[in-house]
Design a protein around this ligand. Structure first.
Ligand code: ZN
Ligand code: FE
Length: 255
């Protein structure tokens, strides 16, 4: 079957991704209900499931109000406490969405939160606040090493995988990426495109794994220019990729 995937904007920079066909819709990380309900009504769609990637309120805050109108299963990370979740998931599990004939597998990707999960299937990746276009989530509950491993797991997905992130952070992320890798022309090209999109009020998302591997400094800890910049920031030579990743994550946090 065919379906569309569209971003519904919430708060200042959240995207609630809606996967829908002509009749049915599934939402990913509905931080608020109102914009989702408006979209469903406008398109005359019936909600059939809610997917949550992690417990932060800007990703789950709309669950309860949506459930008051639609009695649907709520999928979420098994190791996080989200009171509205009915199906608790971990890596190895999968979710089948029969109305859309879509199966999504679960990946454990801790770092931003301790139990953060991603939904992956049919060349689609819903990764919440772990991987952003040209950036990655802050380390609220996990270690840099955990986040490094999680991001590498995502980087190993096929190049053509389409990446649906939880926030519109691309322009700020690109500014930082250019500090880390001034010579990387792929970042410069991405900036030209992203600025054009934002001026027209268009989302810069989704991305792809191929684009992220070319531009995202947090997936590029092996690149000489990234190693050089991270070492320069740390004030000592860094060699292993986890130390390089840790340094650029700290550097970005201080921007
Ligand atoms: Zn979050
Ligand atoms: Fe968030």
């Amino acid at each position: 079957t065919m379906f569309n995937i569209v971003p519904v904007s919430a708060f200042t920079d959240n995207y609630i991704w809606v996967i829908h066909d002509q009749y049915y819709a599934v939402v990913v990380d509905p931080g608020e209900a109102k914009p989702v309900l408006d979209f469903l009504e406008q398109k005359k769609l019936k909600l059939t499931a809610i997917l949550n990637t992690h417990h932060h309120i800007d990703h789950v805050g709309g669950n309860l109000e949506l459930l008051q109108q639609f009695q649907v299963p709520v999928y979420g990370p098994g190791s996080e406490l989200i009171s509205t979740v009915t199906h608790r998931l971990k890596e190895g599990d999968s979710v089948y969405l029969p109305e859309l004939s879509l199966r999504l597998s679960i990946l454990d990707i801790p770092g931003h939160t301790a139990g953060h999960i991603a939904y992956y299937g049919a060349n689609l990746l819903f990764c919440g606040d772990t991987l952003f276009s040209c950036g990655c989530g802050r380390l609220f509950e996990g270690t840099a090493q955990q986040m490094y491993i999680s991001l590498n797991k995502l980087a190993k997905l096929p190049d053509e995988t389409v990446v649906y992130c939880g926030h519109e952070y691309t322009l700020a992320n690109i500014n930082f990426a250019r500090l880390v890798e001034p010579e990387n022309q792929a970042i410069t090209q991405l900036q030209i495109l992203a600025e054009k999109q934002r001026k027209s009020d268009l989302p810069t998302l989704p991305s792809t794994i191929a684009k992220e591997k070319a531009c995202n400094p947090f997936l590029r800890s092996n690149q000489p220019e990234v190693i050089r910049s991270a070492s320069n920031y740390a004030g000592k030579p860094l060699t292993d990729p986890v130390s390089v990743f840790t340094a650029i994550r700290e550097w970005k946090d201080k921007m």
